[in-house]
Structures are given as structure tokens and as C-alpha cells.
Design a binder for this molecule. Structure first.
Ligand code: NG1
Ligand code: ZN
Length: 528
């Protein structure tokens, strides 16, 4: 380690005095102007992690659905997953070290993690479309090079595309080619094969309106659409040409306000979807003939996907173990439908995709989605091989189903939840099953629900257990929530400190919207 060079370059990316940040569920996130030093230091850290794992590490510069003025950064581990927890702590220490302590912290991390400093390092970098992202990603590169790391800057990418690149590079190309064309070709080939098999390919299935949150999704869909246009034509809205990133549009806005984005004209029964600012979340929606808005969130996406996968397995004659992973925010109706009607086991983890991803890896086929539309499906290597064999060896209907499953496996981004990949999976399933958006929506009826944010002096006084569904501290809070919940029918409520904002989140559901609203309000009063 050339400590002299590190000190010299670090001074060019100086940390604002007194600024303390934490590597949270989605890496570091705050106002872009406070992040230059963090980017430089994450470049350094990515090199150490790459040396330790002897693998390519990813660095993504994005703040997802946050306002345009914010930015953020997260590291991507070798198999495309989120950074290992012990390294999240190192990230926090390094980001908060005062200038004079930087060298010591770097050496500490290297020693604790037994990093061989002679090992080569390779880092890949991607960024979203925020005005601040280009300069900030340059600071990451400064950090990488000052520690002697090699790098490839992919420039503008969706977050899941960067995860895909990292995964491809560390699996010797078995998963796919680590180029943007490789990504487009892999997904489009699988999608076009699938839609060719659909008997219902009328106009209804051929077009989709997409709200791109004025973000990277628009750019990437434009680049990609000619690859899959045989199967689907997409009409893009909020493509960044006029509006501001995530402002009054995008998946987070639609899900949290339960209303359509601005800037999109919706005719009744038209199928529409929204991406978030870095295109790792997707939600669907439509207006019915009476003009009522219907949201189809991550829970219903998981239901559609898992029921289709289950049907294919029955057709092929394979009994594999499928599990669905949700969080406490999953609508109670979805959990009941999955367990009681579809007879699929459902598991609940803490909020944050890394928890869902890890749980989903335990199954032959693990489908995971957060209610907000972040998710994907994972297939074990053994399952992938078995299905490939079946697609070659079986006959007639069984072979057709195995071929379909093979293509569906290729269409999922197994490194991370991916709005583009999920959109193509959903579109293929709807076409193959001949389902309209209304029929999909009618699988079950969501329980009315309400989410609120409460500002408190210190949100850390609230701690939780049982996948965040019960409060442990402060004393008495859970008892108070239990008493309130008893007052309503089909009700459930919980509180938890947010991992990405300085707020406590309150969630309530009940048999009517009015009851859900009341319950959420009463619980938020109990939090004070
Ligand atoms: P927090 O702020 O911890 O609730 C939010 C989302 C998560 C996840 C992360 C990362 C909700 C209720 N929470 O976390 O699901 O997406 O941001 O972006 O949607
Ligand atoms: Zn996102």
C-alpha cells in the first residue's frame, strides 16, 4: 500500500468535518454534495474486498428512488449479492474516519480480513442518470487506482445490470456475457422464445406503457427494445426528457401514494407499469372501466410468478421445493392466498433485499419480492441442470413445459431484483397464460392498508424481533399495539425504524381503508 499516495489523494476528496454516515440497507445515501469522500473511500474498500475475495467487485453510484439531489453508493459482492455484513461495518468505519486516521483504518481492515495486498484487484463501476453521478463515479475510480486496482467503468447502467456484470465476470461467463449487449441478448432471446409459444398474442399482450421515473430505465429500455420488439412493444413515459428524476412518478411514488404517476395518460384497462430511479423495482397498475385505480404490487407479482412456476413443474412432472419469501410489509391477503390456495410455503424476513435473497437461496426455487416491487426468482444449479436435461430428453407437452421453464430461468436476473427482467417475465407469463391485467389482479383482493412515517428524536429506541413484526423496546409499545389491533377486524400492525431514512415506519392493515387509516394513526401516536 502506498500510504503517501493515499494521503495525498485523500486530501483531494476531503471529508466534511463532523459528517457521520452509515452503510445502511442500500449502502450510503445522502445529499450528493456530501459524498465525494465516501466515493473515493469506497473505491479503496472495493480494492481491498476484491483482493480478499480474489474476485471482481462492483461499485454502483445511485440513490435509487430518492430525490434527484441525493446520491449514494453500494458495493456488490462476487456473486452479484449485497456486501457481506462485516464489510458493511468496515465501510462505515472507513467513510467516517477523519483524514489523519484513514491509513490506520485501511491497515486495520486489511489485517482483520487477512487481505493479501500483493493480490490483483478488479473493480467494475456503474452509475445512474443523476447529474452528480458522473463526477462521483470518477472519485470512486480515483480510490481504485490509488490502491493499484484495475477497473472497468460501464458508465450508465441500471443497478441490476451492474449486479449482472459482476455475477457474469465471477462465474467464468457461464451465467452470461459481461457486456450490455450480452445482457440484452440473453434476456431478449429467452423472452422472444417464450412469447413465440404463446397462443394468445393479440394486441392486448403486445403493448405496455412504462413509466421510467425519469431515470436510467428509459435509456436502457430504449437501447434494448429492438431486441425484443417481436414479442412486446413498450411505450415509454417519464423518460427523462422533461421531468425530474423520481418526481411525482416512478414505482416508489405509485406504491406509496397508491395513485398513477404524472405524465402518463391511462385508458381504462390498459396495462401499465412503473420502474424506480435505478430500475430495480417494478409495480403494475391499471384503471378499471369506472376509473378506479388498481395497484398490482410486489406481492401479486410474486404470486403470479410462483403459481406459473408451480404449474410448469406439475406439467414436467418434477416435484421441486418452491418457497416464497416476503417481508412484514406483504399484504396479509397475499400470504393467505399463497399458503392456503396455492399451498406454497411462505417465509418472512427482515426488510431489505439481502435478507430475502439469502433466504430464497435455501430452496430449489426461491421467489422473493418486497411489496414495493423489488424482487426476483433464484434457481439452484441442480435445478437448472435438471431442467436443461428435461428440455432435451422429455417428449411432447413435458418437453414444451421444460423448454419454457428453461427460458424463464434465463429471463430472470438471478443476481438481483431487476425491473426490466421482471417486466419481461411478467409479460411472458401473462401472454402464455392468456391472462388480462384484471384477471391477474383478481387472484386475491388486497387488504386495505396504510403506511405512515413518524419523526422521533431517536428512532433507534425502537428495536424489533420476529422479522420486525414485534417491537421489543421501548417497553410497553408492543402491548399498546396489540390492544389497538384488537379493536379492528382482519387487522395487523407493526412499527420499525427505517434503515434508509431518519423515521419510524408504521404499517397497518384492516378490513376497510378507514379502519386501516385509523389503526395506523393510533399506532403512530403510541410511538411517541
Ligand atoms: P427502509 O427505509 O428500511 O424501510 C426501504 C424499503 C425497503 C428497501 C430499502 C432499500 C419499504 C417499507 N422499505 O427501507 O423495502 O427497498 O428501502 O431501498 O418499502
Ligand atoms: Zn431502486
Amino acid at each position: 500500500m502506498d500510504l503517501g499516495a493515499i494521503t495525498k489523494y485523500s486530501a483531494l476528496h476531503a471529508k466534511p468535518n463532523g459528517l457521520i454516515l452509515q452503510y445502511g440497507t442500500a449502502g450510503f445515501r445522502t445529499k450528493a454534495e456530501h459524498l465525494d469522500h465516501v466515493m473515493f473511500r469506497m473505491g479503496l474498500l472495493a480494492v481491498l474486498r476484491s483482493k480478499q475475495t480474489k474476485s471482481t467487485i462492483g461499485v454502483m453510484v445511485t440513490a435509487s428512488h430518492n430525490p434527484e439531489e441525493d446520491n449514494g453508493v453500494k458495493l456488490v459482492d462476487p456473486l452479484g449479492e449485497m456486501l457481506a455484513p462485516s464489510w458493511e461495518e468496515h465501510a462505515t468505519c472507513l467513510a467516517n474516519a477523519e483524514e489523519q486516521d484513514m491509513q490506520r483504518v485501511l491497515i486495520d481492515i486489511s489485517e482483520k480480513e487477512a487481505v493479501n495486498l500483493q493480490q490483483d484487484a478488479f473493480v467494475v463501476i456503474g452509475r445512474d442518470t443523476r447529474p452528480s453521478s458522473e463526477k462521483l463515479s470518477q472519485s470512486v475510480i480515483d480510490g481504485v487506482t490509488v490502491l493499484g486496482g484495475q477497473f472497468h467503468d460501464y458508465g450508465l447502467l441500471t443497478t441490476p445490470q451492474l449486479h449482472y456484470m459482476v455475477y457474469c465476470r465471477n462465474t467464468g461467463g457461464r451465467y452470461g456475457k459481461a457486456t450490455i449487449e450480452g445482457y440484452y441478448q440473453k434476456l431478449s432471446k429467452a423472452f422472444v422464445e417464450l412469447t413465440k409459444q404463446a397462443s394468445c398474442s393479440g394486441d392486448e399482450y403486445r403493448s405496455l406503457k412504462v413509466d421510467c421515473a425519469n431515470g436510467i430505465g428509459a435509456l436502457k429500455l430504449r437501447e434494448m427494445e429492438h431486441y425484443f420488439s417481436q414479442g412486446l412493444s413498450v411505450q415509454l413515459f417519464n423518460d427523462g426528457s422533461k421531468g425530474k428524476l423520481n418526481h411525482l412518478c416512478g414505482a416508489d411514488f405509485v406504491k406509496s401514494h397508491q395513485k398513477p404517476p404524472q405524465g402518463m395518460e391511462i385508458k381504462s384497462n390498459e396495462r401499465c407499469c412503473s420502474f424506480d430511479g435505478d430500475a430495480d423495482r417494478i409495480v403494475y397498475y391499471y384503471h378499471d372501466a369506472d376509473g378506479h385505480f388498481h395497484l398490482i404490487d410486489g406481492d401479486k407479482i410474486a404470486t403470479l410468478i410462483s403459481s406459473f412456476l408451480k404449474e410448469l413443474l406439475v406439467e414436467i412432472g418434477e416435484s421441486l421445493n418452491i418457497g416464497v419469501v416476503q417481508t412484514a410489509y406483504a399484504n396479509g391477503s397475499s400470504t393467505r392466498y399463497l399458503e392456503e390456495v396455492m399451498k406454497v410455503p411462505v417465509y418472512c424476513t427482515k426488510t431489505g433485499v439481502k435478507h430475502l435473497h439469502h433466504k430464497a437461496q435455501e430452496f430449489d426455487i426461491g421467489v422473493y419480492f418486497e411489496a414495493n416491487g423489488h424482487g426476483t426468482a433464484l434457481f439452484s444449479t441442480a435445478v437448472e441442470m435438471k431442467i436443461k436435461q428435461s428440455a432435451e430428453q422429455l417428449e411432447d407437452k413435458k418437453r414444451k413445459a421444460a423448454k419454457m421453464l428453461e427460458n424463464i430461468i434465463d429471463l430472470f436476473n438471478q443476481a438481483a431484483g431487476d425491473a426490466i427482467s421482471d417486466m419481461l417475465v411478467i409479460e411472458a407469463i401473462l401472454a402464455l397464460k392468456g391472462l388480462t391485467v384484471q384477471q391477474w389482479d383478481a387472484l386475491y383482493t388486497d387488504l386495505p392498508n396504510r403506511q405512515l412515517k413518524v419523526q422521533v428524536a431517536d428512532r433507534r429506541v425502537i428495536s424489533t424481533t420476529n422479522a420486525e413484526r414485534q417491537a421489543v423496546t421501548p417497553p410497553g409499545l408492543q402491548e399498546a399495539i396489540n390492544d389497538l389491533v384488537k379493536k379492528y377486524k382482519l387487522s395487523r400492525a407493526f412499527v420499525r425504524p427505517s434503515g434508509t431514512e431518519d423515521v419510524v415506519r408504521v404499517y397497518a392493515e384492516a378490513d376497510s381503508q378507514e379502519s386501516a387509516d385509523h389503526l395506523a394513526h393510533e399506532v403512530s401516536l403510541a410511538v411517541f
